[in-house]
Design a protein around this ligand. Structure first.
Ligand code: V47
Length: 382
């Protein structure tokens, strides 16, 4: 029997009437409801879902696929929290515990400079013995070493912790960080917003209200930020669609989010090792679902470190328009069993993107085009 989806004429409506009704909304540029999202997550044929997500992807970003040249810095893995999904954290006195000195931070920045990076992505643990000044110092040292480098640092979990440590409002904490050189916030710490799921996977850390308060305040202060969703652990479709609807609501208010990044759970070395890692079908479904539900986000990222290069390539036709970057020194996924390389060259990123039928565009953190001459770069005029 021929596969009805593969043989259907391009542009013809899906045979499934509920999906056809959702497709009508997508073609008309109408917003999808919570129930639409649930249907897409639970029942939609994956190829139909991908085809629809690709309509939105090409409407927003044509055939372009964005990447950046970046390095990661995780200044410490020591953390007061014990999130069950995390393989990166360490106890204070464990053998694997580490912390960066100022000189180590400077060396990482010099390495970034030699490689022509435009961004440093900084997140880490909440160290039992480090005060706010230590974390502020991380940003300051990076900024003083190479002011041109964009610093994308700290999730709301860290910002909330700094507010707790200093007994100062979130706004004050962010203002101090901006004065030290902070340029934007990464999307981490979101996990799944549902309080019951959060209680089971990361009981003590910043809750969803705190996560949104930090991003709202950051947007009010003029910072852009990203948003993630950790899927494939103990959550189900209702939690995922609820997560996306909450992100969409804040984006309606502030417009400060740039990119949505679905993150596949990697179980190795975590407290949830019995769970099987999500496969390519779920990965593509999450990329497409995110693209369709988040109509007010400009970008959806297929984070190749987490997906693997081949899935990331396919994702560029399932809703994603960005594959993150060269990503030198990634630890969070590699501690949790990721088998991807710890970094890719720009030539390799170009090959991946072109093989997938897209046109590579180097962007900076704020999605401005980068004009490059070897390691030297400048931002194109808008
Ligand atoms: O918040 C931790 C997740 C996040 C595991 O903003 C895990 O551009 C899977 O947020 N399996 C940090 N996921 C990474 C992150 C990120 C990555 C790339 C780009 C951007 C961006 C942000 O990683 C954490 C958590 O949700 N995580 N452990 C694990 N075992």
């Amino acid at each position: 029997m021929p596969n009805a989806i593969l043989t259907r004429a391009a542009g013809a409506p899906p045979a499934d009437p509920l999906l056809a009704a959702i497709a009508d909304k997508v073609h008309a540029g109408e917003r999808l409801s919570f129930d639409d999202g649930l249907y897409l997550d639970r029942h939609a044929n994956l190829l139909e879902l991908g085809r629809l997500a690709n309509v939105v992807r090409e409407r927003k970003n044509g055939g372009l696929a964005f990447y950046n040249t970046n390095v990661h810095l995780n200044p410490t893995n020591v953390c007061v929290y014990r999130c069950v999904f995390c393989a990166f954290r360490s106890d204070l006195r464990a053998e694997k515990a580490y912390e960066f000195t100022d000189e180590m931070i400077r060396e990482r920045v010099r390495e970034a400079q030699r490689q022509g990076a435009t961004e440093i992505h900084v997140v880490g643990g909440l160290h039992h013995l480090k005060g706010f000044d230590w974390y502020l110092g991380v940003v300051r040292v990076i900024h003083e070493t190479w002011p041109k480098l964009h610093i994308k640092a700290w999730t709301p979990v860290e910002i909330h912790w700094f507010s707790y440590l200093t007994k100062k409002p979130i706004r004050w904490v962010l203002e101090q960080m901006i004065a030290a050189g902070l340029g934007s916030l990464p999307g981490g710490g979101a996990e799944i917003f549902d309080s019951e799921i959060r209680r089971q996977i990361c009981e003590h850390k910043a809750d969803s209200d705190a996560w949104f308060e930090v991003h709202r305040t950051a947007h009010e202060l003029g910072l852009r930020s990203n948003a993630t969703m950790l899927y494939g652990h103990i959550e189900d479709a209702r939690h995922r669609v609820d997560h996306l609807c909450r992100l969409r609501a804040l984006q309606d208010e502030t417009g400060g989010f740039q990119t949505f990044i679905p993150l596949a759970f990697h179980p190795e070395n975590t407290g949830l090792e019995h769970i099987q890692k999500p496969g390519i079908l779920m990965d593509l479904r999450m990329i497409a679902l995110g693209r369709l539900m988040l109509d007010n986000f400009d970008h959806v990222k297929a984070y190749w470190i987490m997906l693997g290069q081949q899935t990331a390539q396919v994702a560029l036709s399932f809703g994603a328009d960005d594959i993150d970057g060269t990503v030198v020194h990634e630890l969070i996924y590699h501690d949790a069993g990721a088998k991807t390389p710890e970094g890719l060259t720009v030539a390799e990123l170009h090959r991946l993107i072109r093989e997938a039928g897209r046109e590579p565009v180097e962007r900076d953190t704020l999605y401005r085009r980068v004009i490059r001459n070897g390691a030297a770069w400048q931002i194109a005029e808008p």
